[in-house]
Write a new protein. Structure first.
Length: 113
């Protein structure tokens, strides 16, 4: 018995998987670079700890509601929303860095994956 909505190949899966791989890799590279920048700027552990805390806090909060959200809303749209928010946050950080207005507290407010 073959379902009519079942894909016949894995092309769609590999496209989505590749996009998520690139997004996650980019987010983690950004987090690493921000940590290096914060260390060079302050040479203190407290800002690094706070950056780590605030970069992980959205994941913890999202995990609480993830099951409810993915059951009620389109998973594809939720992934696009999360990636868009992370991308916009990264662009805001880049803009602030290029304008030489970037401060440690900006990292606390940005949401990255």
């Amino acid at each position: 018995m073959k379902s009519e909505n079942r894909p016949t190949n894995l092309n769609t899966f590999f496209i989505v998987w590749s996009g998520q791989l690139v997004s996650t890799l980019g987010s983690e590279m950004t987090n690493f670079a921000m940590t290096i920048w914060a260390w060079e700027l302050t040479e203190k552990a407290t800002p690094l700890s706070l950056i780590f805390f605030f970069s992980r806090l959205p994941r913890v909060i999202a995990a609480i509601f993830a099951g409810l959200l993915v059951d009620r809303y389109n998973r594809k749209h939720l992934m696009m929303l999360g990636d868009t928010v992370a991308g916009v946050s990264t662009l805001v950080i880049l803009f602030l860095l290029l304008r030489e207005n970037l401060a440690i507290w900006h990292f606390y407010l940005t949401f990255r994956r």
